[in-house]
Design a protein around this ligand. Structure first.
Ligand code: 6GU
Length: 257
């Protein structure tokens, strides 16, 4: 089997890549598709096993900007090796993408914010002890030019966002209230099961990275109510309009820089 998308991209190159997290697949509806390719049509590509992760690349036009979106990603808790977890970023690199927008659904710990907030991820904490396999941990921290581009995009959009530190855990289970209390004391703002290795690998390739969390639910013990899995997709869907606006203005800013 040959990879027709990669061949097509050799003659029709694309600058922007985007990874859509749990429940955020709807964000891709903003793209006028030029090509859609299921991951299982790509030789050697892993298959997502998680509900809410479609497992396809969508190449197309986002309000005048060409972009390759990955709908569905690979997680450590699915049993994948780091090579498989990084298959999407490695693919972006192989087809010459230079800027990557990375999104995820995460649990909120910082009570300064409310459920549904979008956060710019400024740095990561690795509680899996696997991140080094993706690259040097100092690549996790956002670069000044990336931060400036995001802030300019926010000021030109109708969306307000926060910023913070993301803790990467292996999953698949959520944390105990005591673990969340500990993460809070360490200065973390959101917790999730993805993104950190992708960001490190992308920066190690020299790509510009724009990482965002959508805080779809409060982490354990933050509020009296228990968390439930459907909350992730419910909130992600509500916030997807804001994410679309933010991405549109970020692409406008990046095109001009
Ligand atoms: Cl509370 N924890 C983790 N590890 N990942 C999440 C989450 C919580 N909420 C959404 N993703």
């Amino acid at each position: 089997m040959t990879d027709t998308l990669k061949k097509y991209l050799e003659t029709n190159p694309v600058d922007y890549g985007m990874i859509l997290g749990s429940g955020l697949g709807d964000v891709a509806s903003e793209i006028q598709a030029e090509q859609v390719l299921a991951y299982d049509k790509i030789p050697g590509f892993p298959k997502p096993t998680v509900e809410g992760h479609a497992g396809q690349f969508i190449l197309g036009n986002w309000h005048g900007h060409r972009i390759l979106a990955a709908k569905g990603r690979f997680h450590y808790y699915e049993g994948y090796s780091m090579d498989k977890i990084l298959a999407i970023v490695d693919y972006f690199h192989a087809v010459g993408i230079s800027h990557v927008i990375v999104t995820n659904a995460a649990g909120l710990m910082n009570e300064k914010y409310e459920k549904g907030v979008i956060l710019r991820i400024d740095d990561f904490k690795d509680f899996t002890h696997k991140a080094l396999e993706a690259g040097d941990l100092d690549l996790a921290k956002i670069r000044e030019d990336e931060k400036e581009a995001i802030d300019r995009a926010v000021s030109q959009s109708n969306v307000s966002i926060g910023h913070g530190i993301y803790v990467w855990t292996t999953g698949p289970s959520y944390e105990s209230p005591a673990e969340i209390q500990y993460f809070k004391e360490l200065g973390a703002d959101v917790v999730g099961m993805s993104t950190m290795p992708e960001v490190i690998r992308a920066r190690s390739f020299g790509m510009k990275v724009y990482p965002f969390s959508c805080a779809t639910n409060y982490a354990a013990g933050i509020k009296k109510e228990a968390l439930y899995h459907e909350e992730v997709t419910e909130t992600a869907l509500k916030v997807s309009g804001n994410i679309k606006s933010l991405i549109s203005s970020l692409l406008n800013v990046l095109d001009k820089s």
